[in-house]
Design a protein around this ligand. Structure first.
Ligand code: ADP
Ligand code: ASP
Ligand code: MG
Length: 412
């Protein structure tokens, strides 16, 4: 039997009615002759609630316990989906990550999948089971502890299963009907893309477009998984949604494919650190060990042997970053005058493989932002993207203005 992976995100399993609706979709694919692996997220809002409980109990929590707690939302939906399918006379059962087992690294809260043995589930398919419902987002480390794959990680579970089982396709069902030129919640002018290249999707995802987790796109690209994003609320059709595919499969595209944003960023500046060989390592080593995801870095010009070092990181990691820096100062590894955190910033980025062959995108981006009176605090670029850090209050305005200026509402 050919295998299909179908992933349902939080809003698609938000209550019992939605689970029943999703189960009907699964039944259609079973009727089409597929063995189906269903990956489910927690009911929408559940993971946030669990994360809130963790932070309230222990601000600098033990990540192993964080994982034990926040992975639990998926267990409920996996069981409920299996029960719903059984009520429809479809042979189904649920699997938690450790039962498969989804083997991961021990990087708690951001673990990577290392192996998914197919033996157990295949044996059940061979016995006549039609649907394996797997709790997304979670796995187990070699030490036997429960791990999670980072927020949005069920997408990655889905793609990893599609790769491991050689699935014909991996369908990601969500609350929008595909990948858009920008988040359709920010501008009604956002346009749905029929196809997007792996590379552009990878950049958009890593720059904040949460429609797919970055790692899921990486895996799909590496293992050539046919990845489709579509709505669980619309009627099924073969051409529905957005196909994430190789660049060669796309005939025409704009220079800029999309605009992404990351709302909750922080800009941290170490004032007056010694400008000497090894200073960057002395700062960013401890930050990395503390689990801080440093993104942009700027070192200012030095004066009399001292300089300011600025970096950005997710807002909810400011506490960790501050502690790491104060500890490094206390140990004598670094010395700084002051540590200033600006928690009111966001990152806005434009992405497109067309930038490889077109110049002037950065200049246009800066001009558009300046015309709106938006001050740029930090800039980073790569071959196919330009990102800026700006005040959070201008986020929507910046996304809309860039979307307009690059005419993303029109097909290329
Ligand atoms: P799920 O719970 O199904 O995993 P997510 O909330 O993680 O859903 O992702 C879907 C959301 O991603 C959409 O509701 C949308 O607001 C947001 N999003 C951000 N950027 C984009 C984009 N470029 N295209 C489509 N959706 C986007
Ligand atoms: N429930 C997890 C989260 O909210 C995983 C997911 O939905 O993909 O991050
Ligand atoms: Mg998601």
């Amino acid at each position: 039997m050919p295998t299909l992976v179908m992933k349902f995100g939080g809003t698609s399993v938000a209550n019992l009615d939605r689970i029943a609706r999703a189960a009907k979709r699964v039944a259609l694919e079973v009727a089409n002759g597929y063995d189906v692996i269903v990956i489910v997220s927690a009911m929408s809002g559940k993971t946030n609630e669990l994360v809130g409980w963790v932070s309230e109990t222990s601000p600098l929590y033990d990540a192993r316990e964080y994982d034990a707690i926040v992975s639990s939302g998926e267990n409920v939906t996996a069981g409920l989906m299996a029960l719903r399918l059984q009520e429809m006379d479809i042979p189904a059962r649920s699997w938690q990550g450790w039962q498969v087992p989804v083997m991961t690294t021990d990087a708690h809260a951001s673990a990577r999948i290392e192996e998914i043995p197919t033996k157990n589930i295949t044996a059940k398919f061979d016995e006549g089971m039609k649907v394996a419902v797997v709790a997304g987002f979670q796995g187990v480390s070699a030490a036997g502890r429960i791990t999670t794959l980072g927020r949005g990680g069920s997408d990655t579970t889905a793609v990893a299963f599609a790769a491991a089982f050689g699935a014909e396709r991996c369908d990601i069902y969500t609350d929008v009907d595909g990948v858009y030129t920008t988040d359709p919640r920010i501008t009604s002018k956002a346009r749905k893309l029929d196809k997007i290249s792996f590379e552009e999707m990878l950049e958009l995802a890593s720059l904040g477009a949460k429609v797919l987790q970055t790692r899921s796109v990486e895996l799909a690209m590496r293992y050539k998984v046919r990845l489709r994003v579509l709505s669980s609320f619309e009627e099924p059709s073969d051409s529905a949604g957005t196909l994430v595919c190789d660049e060669e499969e796309i005939m025409e595209s704009n220079v800029v494919a999309g605009v992404a944003y990351s709302r909750d960023e922080a800009k941290m500046t170490l004032i007056s650190v010694a400008d000497r060989p090894g200073i960057a390592a002395a700062i960013f080593g401890p930050l990395s060990e503390a689990g801080v995801n440093v993104d942009m870095i700027v070192q200012n010009i030095s004066e009399e042997g001292r300089t300011d070092m600025t970096f950005s990181c997710p807002k909810d990691q400011v506490l960790r970053a501050e502690k790491a820096m104060q500890d490094a100062k206390a140990s004598g590894a670094i010395n700084f005058h002051d540590l200033v955190a600006d928690e009111g910033v966001c990152k806005v980025s434009v992405v497109g493989i067309g930038m490889r062959s077109h110049t002037g995108v950065a200049a246009k981006m800066f001009k558009v932002l300046s015309a709106e009176g938006i001050n740029i605090k930090v800039i980073t670029t790569s071959e196919i993207k330009i990102s800026v850090l700006i005040d959070r209050k201008y986020m929507e305005l910046a996304v809309q203005a860039l979307h307009d200026a690059f005419e993303l509402d029109k097909a290329g």
